[in-house]
Structures are given as C-alpha cells and as structure tokens.
Design a protein around this ligand. Structure first.
Ligand code: GCW
Length: 719
C-alpha cells in the first residue's frame, strides 16, 4: 500500500514539476524539429486532417514515420492521434502499395517517384476525407511524413494536398571530418558526436536524433571519419563500431560510408605495397570490402583523399587517380558500393597556379573511371573560400559522374561564431552555367547527372556537427546543415531564400514580424563575410594552420601556395592574381564564353575581379572609384552589415526565447569585433603595400599593423 502511495505521489510531483517548469528549455537541441504548439485557432483546422494514423506495415522506416508523426502532431496540435489500421475520417494513411492494402487499393500512379520520392494527397475514401502519403519504398514514406509535418510547422494548408517530390541526386551525403580521438578537423561545435570508445555498445538517443534530423532533410549518407584518414577505421573493431551506427541509421534511410586510407594494405594489412595494380593489394581490398559488407550489408562505400596534402595515393606508385579509384571501386562493386574519389589535389612540386592543378590532373582521366566511381569536386578551384568561381572541372568531365563538395562547417567564414547563411553560396555555384557544348549545363545539372545521363549523382557537405548541445556550435549554423540537405534534394530548383524562410519558421517562429527581418538578415550575411574578409575576389588571406583571423602578410611558409601573399600579390603597383592568358591562364580551363567573360575587364563580375586580374591601385571600378577606394569601402560595408545585423536582432527579442536570443546576441557581438579585426588588419597591411593612406572620411585601423601581426592563437579550434 505504502509503496503504491509513494509511487503515486512521486508521479504527481513530477507532473506538477512539469507544469510549473517553463516550457522545456530552448537550447537548440531540437533543431528544426521543435514541434511547439501552434496557435489555437489554426490548430483546430489541422486537427481535422490528422486525427488518426494508419500506417502500412511495421517496418523500421514506417515505425520511424509513425513515431515522428505522433511526436510532431502531438507537439504541434496538442492531441495525440490514435494509431489504427482502419482509417476513419481525418486519417493519415501512409505506406507503399506493397506494404499497405489501403494504399494498394487506391491504385495511385507512383511511377515517377523513384525509390525515394513520395506523394501526398488529400482524398476521400468512402466519402471520408483522408490524407495519403504514398511511396515506392518505406523510406520514401518517411520522407513524406517529414514533408507533411513541415507543412504544418510552416503553417501551410494541408486539406487539399496534391504533392509529388523526389530527390534529384542519388547521394546526399555528409562528410564528417571526425578523427578517432574525437577531434573534428575544421569542426567548431565541440568534439565529435561519435563516441568511438564507447561504441559499438553505447548508442545514445543522440544518434537517433541525428538520423531523424538528416532524414527530415533527405540526407541519405554519412561518411563517418575524416578524409585525412586513419587506417585503423578499417580494422575489425572499428568496423563493428561503424556497423552499430549503421543499425541506428538504417530505419532513416541513411547509409554509412568510410574514408579509406590508400596505404591501408601496408599499414594494417601487412603488405609491402599499396600499388593499385598489384594483385595482392587488389585481393586485400576485396577481402576488406567483403568483411565490411558482412558487418554492414548496406554499406555505402569509400571516400578517398589521395595524393593531396601529404595523403598517400596511387601516384606514389606512378599510377593515376583513375587506377587508384578503380581499385577500390572493383572491391565494392559486387556489393553495390560506390567510391567517392576527391579531386582536391595540388602538388608540392608543380609550380603552376594552384587553382589549375586539379583540372590538370583529372580532366585527362575523364571516362577512365569505373561506373561506380564519382569524382568529388569542391565548389571552387582553391578551397572553400567565402567566394570562388565555380570549379572548372564541372564543365570538363562529361564522361564521369561528378559530385560537388561544399563546406557546411565554416572554416573560412568565421567558424561558428559568425552568422553566415550559406544558402546563397551554394545557390550561386549550382546555378553557374558551365557553358559546355550542349546547352543548359549548369553545375546543378552536371551534378544531378541530367546533363550527361549519369545515374550516379551526388552532393557532399562537410558536416558542421559536433557534441555541442545545439549540434552546430551556433543556432544559425543549423540553417547551413538544413539548407545543404534541402539543396541536395533538388539542386536545380532549390533556392536559398525560401529554404531560409522555411527554416526560420520551423526553428524559431512563424510570426512574420520575426520571419521577414531574419530571412533578410540571413540572405545578406554571407556577402557581409565576403566583404569584411575577402572582398572583390581576394582569397586565402587567413592565418596559418587554424585559419582563424586575418594574416594577408604571411609569406614565409615552405610551400608558395600556402602563403596568402601568393594569392593577393599586392605590392606598390597593384593587387590581384592574374589568371588571364597573360598570367596563369586558368581562364582557359573554362568554356570559351566563360573564360572570355572572366578575362574581359568589362565583363568579369566585380566580386571576382581580383581572383582573375592583377590591377593597379588606381584602376577605375564601375562605380568610378579607384580600386583602392573601393576596396576600403567594401571592407567598411562588411563591417556595417554586421552592425545592421546586431540592430535587427536586438529588435526581435519579443519573438525569441531568452536562451537563444542571448546566445545569438553574444555571437553577433563577437562577429562585430572580428569583422573590425579583419577589416583593420587587412587594410593596415594593404595600406603598407600600396603606400596609400585610407581615403578621407574612413576610419583608421584601431592598431598599427605590427599589432595584428603579433597576435597568436595557438589553441584556435579545428586545426
Ligand atoms: O580546406 C582544407 C582544410 C583541410 C582539409 C582539406 C581537404 C581535410 O584546411 O583541413 O583536410 O582542405 O579538403 O582535404
């Protein structure tokens, strides 16, 4: 009796505690899947459409869809829909024709949805209004469930739906640059979320939530470990750990991949060579693939960084990248796996313009890769700079499936403390027209395979996820994870602004007084970073190693192309890298119309001016100002944009929970300070090169150049 009374009392107490405690803290953990109650008036309408859940079957993805719909609808609408096999009025019927007799009976046309697409329709069955989510696979159904929740979360009507959607890319992959000791290379959100030491047994809820978040935006692959790979991740204990993660992710349609170290046959296999043409090496990789697939039947395949920045690769044996890639491709092919082979290479011997080297190495290999190889090309020819022109390889390897790799983590855009929404950056590259023969080959249409008829297609994002409670290190960096997934789903059609709006509505508030200013702020934020860090086409001006802060003066590193001075070439006469025919002729790697446009001073987009041209300080810009004046003004514009962002955010306090409001406020203050630092340090330096003083009316740098040159941050994160 007493025990029961105690149990009852403590249950009562915890209910009371739940009532008096403020609505669960908004620490960012819930991402865009917050499912907070919607306005009472709207809730009533939505409830009519979602009174009952009628799942087709009980497979893990269908169970995940049911769990998500229950969680989401309960949170949003305040009532928990019952789960029932027979669908009454207001039921949500979901499944595949194969798994659900109710769906099969509807005889829907799902032909064009592919394996992962879905349709959502408002229908009447026996005169009862119902909503149907149908797909050809259970994972497609799960995607549809998330899409339906998104409609409610963004307050769109759901009573007359007729939607069809399917992903345009086969591989929508996050690349984790996570090391086995939980350090994350270029990670600014704490340690790796992969707790390698406690895996495979310990699988915290966090992993399921990670999978939910990815599935909600259509990400279907995860490379678990850093491309600067440790061969140990291919040994049996680590394969078992990867298999544990694969089990957690499988219901969410997510496959795991591993970065493979090319020298693994030597390092962990006891062979004396890793030569791709050596039969023992080939047998070793085949056996390794068999072993991995025995543990992870749906293993995605390998990602490889080879002969780049000190990594081993086929060129160590005088073999080509194609021969290296094909070695691994042959090993995974019998299991349906793929190889993502990175084109991020530049040589320590070749004195050629670094921007040209990947093209020089890879383009001659077009058509020489196995069909299950995708060459993974960074968005631009140098390295994830705040702005780069699109990579010329996109216009030059029609016989090879090309993936695009972008950074979601902001190695060069202010780590996690600067607010920079990357949607506009991704969109700018995807919409760039390569002008290849055969019209309409935008980067989007090259990577989705439609320009050349490739079935293998994909996009990879270097993850910005870590063990920080809010996943990405800052609330607004969650938007970059989100927009990556949404753009990878349909790179041709996706646009940065509506995706930002969707994210804001789901993550913060549907109040237009909040949504509009925040979306505007996000849309301008990447350009602000470009302006205060690398204006007018400048690039690679950051500090050595950790890349935190400005250091355009660095000129003493062992390899020329590691030095910022290599990229800006500023001296008393002028500034910029001449990539025209008179210079490195990198323009020749583009289709003639594109190359001509970049070469022509009257046609080159001014935001790329100094990427392609070396110009005198007095060069007349289109504004009529001199280059020097415009440079100063652009830095200033970047700094004032941050001030504007701070003012905008300060006015939005009534619409945001206190914790996230404060977090963002503090980060914007950091950004403001660092934007000034970038501007002041860079201008102090360029003034010393140009021998000019700042135009009248502009603010002098706060400190002398030597002050900035003396700053040192040995423990900046992510190095
Ligand atoms: O951007 C550079 C980074 C390196 C990274 C490399 C790459 C994983 O500074 O940290 O290494 O690119 O993409 O391989």
């Amino acid at each position: 009796m007493r025990t029961i009374a105690w149990a009852g009392l403590s249950a009562l107490l915890s209910i009371l505690a739940a009532i008096v405690a403020p609505a669960s803290a908004e620490d960012g953990y819930d991402l865009w899947l917050r499912y907070r109650p919607i306005e009472a008036a709207a809730a009533a309408d939505y409830r009519m459409v979602a009174t009952q859940l009628a799942p087709g079957g009980a497979s893990p993805p269908i169970a995940a869809a049911t769990a998500e719909l229950r969680r989401g609808l309960t949170g949003l609408l305040g009532t928990t829909p019952e789960v029932s096999e027979t669908a009454g009025a207001g039921a949500l019927i979901y499944g595949t024709p194969a798994g659900s007799p109710q769906i099969a009976a509807l005889d829907l046309d799902l032909g064009d949805l592919g394996r992962e697409g879905y349709m959502i329709r408002s229908l009447r069955i026996d005169d009862r209004p119902v909503t149907v989510i149908a797909a050809n696979s259970d994972v497609g159904v799960l995607y549809g469930a998330f899409a339906l929740l998104r409609l409610v979360q963004t307050r769109q009507p759901i009573d007359r739906l007729d939607l069809r959607a399917r992903p345009k890319l086969a591989l929508r992959v996050l690349n984790h640059w996570d090391d086995l000791d939980r350090h994350v290379e270029r990670g600014y959100a704490g340690q790796s979320i992969w707790d390698w030491h406690r895996l495979p047994d310990y699988r915290p809820e966090l992993y399921t939530d990670y999978a939910r978040a990815n599935a909600s935006i259509g990400v279907n692959g995860v490379v678990l470990n850093n491309v600067n790979a440790n061969a140990l991740s291919l040994t049996a204990p680590y394969v078992a750990k990867a298999a544990a993660l694969a089990e957690v992710f499988r219901p969410y349609g997510i496959r795991v991949y591993l970065s493979a170290r090319f020298s693994a046959p030597v390092e962990i296999g006891g062979l004396t060579t890793a030569d791709p043409l050596d039969p023992d090496v080939q047998a070793w990789w085949r056996a390794k693939a068999d072993e991995i697939y025995a543990a992870i039947p749906d293993f995605g395949g390998f990602l490889v960084k080879a002969n780049s920045e000190g990594q081993p690769g086929p060129q160590d044996y005088h073999r080509t990248h194609a021969e290296g890639a094909n070695l691994l491709a042959d090993a995974v092919a019998p299991h349906g796996g793929v190889v993502m082979w990175r084109a991020f290479v530049y040589s320590d011997q070749a004195p050629d313009d670094r921007a040209k080297q990947a093209y020089t190495d890879f383009v001659p290999l077009d058509g020489r890769f196995r069909p299950n190889v995708a060459v993974q090309v960074k968005n631009g020819p140098i390295d994830f700079q705040p702005r780069e022109p699109f990579h010329p390889i996109f216009g030059a390897m029609p016989a090879t499936p090309l993936m695009m790799e972008v950074q979601i983590t902001k190695e060069y855009l202010g780590f996690s403390t600067h607010l920079a929404y990357l949607g506009p950056l991704y969109e700018e590259v995807l919409q760039s027209d390569t002008m290849r023969p055969g019209a309409g080959a935008t980067v989007a249409r090259v990577i989705d395979g439609s320009a050349d008829g490739h079935a293998l297609s994909g996009m990879a994002g270097v993850a910005n996820i870590g063990a920080d409670r809010n996943w990405s290190g800052s609330h607004f960096d969650q938007a970059n994870w989100y927009v990556f997934g949404r753009m990878a789903w349909d790179p041709e059609a996706a646009r940065a602004r509506p995706i930002a709006e969707e994210w804001v509505r789901m993550t913060f508030s549907n109040d237009d007084r909040f949504v509009e200013p925040v979306v505007d702020m996000m849309m301008g934020s990447r350009e602000a970073v470009v302006d205060y860090m690398t204006p007018l086409g400048l690039h690679h001006l950051m500090a050595t190693g950790h890349h935190y802060g400005p250091a355009p003066w660095v000129s003493d590193l062992a390899r020329p192309e590691w030095n910022p001075t290599y990229y800006h070439q500023a001296d008393a006469d002028g500034i910029g890298f001449d990539r025209t025919a008179a210079g490195s002729d990198a323009v020749a790697q583009y289709a003639p119309q594109v190359g001509d446009r970049f070469s022509d001073l009257d046609a080159v987009p001014e935001p790329l001016l100094l990427w392609f041209h070396h110009l005198p300080w007095d060069y007349r810009m289109r504004s009529g100002k001199t280059l020097w004046e415009e440079l100063v003004l652009t830095y200033d514009r970047g700094v004032s944009a941050v001030g504007e962002m701070r003012r905008t955010w300060a006015g939005l306090q009534p619409y945001v929970d206190p914790q996230r409001f404060d977090d963002v406020t503090v980060f914007l203050a950091i950004q403001d300070k660092e934007a000034r630092w970038w501007r002041d340090a860079s201008l102090a330096y360029f003034a010393s090169r140009s021998g000019r003083s700042l135009p009248e009316g502009t603010t002098e740098p706060e400190h002398p150049l030597t002050y900035y040159q003396g700053l040192s941050y040995p423990f900046a994160p992510g190095n």
